[in-house]
Design a protein around this ligand. Sequence first.
Ligand code: SME
Length: 160
Amino acid sequence: MFAFAPDPNQPKPELYADLIAAARALVHDEPDGVANMANLAALIWQFLPRLNWAGFYRTVDGNLVLGPFQGKTACIRIAAGQGVCGTALATGETQLVPDVNAFPGHIACDADSRSELVVPVWRDGQVIAVIDLDSPEPARFDAEDAAGIEALAAAIAPAI
Ligand code: SME
């Protein structure tokens, strides 16, 4: 299959460029969105250090339903506007949360989570899913992570 060898110590822009190139290769010519999300969740998990959860929630009838992921079992349904993920869906904007305990309505799926990054995946003018990353480390994610995952979301949107 594919053998990716990410170097988590390289500068973030390079790490995300490598992640996105690997993601494009993974989904190339594969029309099954579930298979692609499953492989992409595994790829993110492999590339990005210090995560305790990484995966997708899909927009179904205006709300979010759990998709493929890596990490502990998670909440299955999240209403638009609820928690970090539902806020990303309702606003269409990336949510960069350095301290989940300070985010009103944060949904604690894994008690280990301390910081979170949620990025909407847009296709044809709609948010079709969100990519959710959780870390046990406070303020794990910064603007470079947000830009990297936004670029990843744009790259894989046609394939999920
Ligand atoms: N913390 C998220 C819920 C999903 S889990 O982190 C996997 C939220 O507040 O929306």
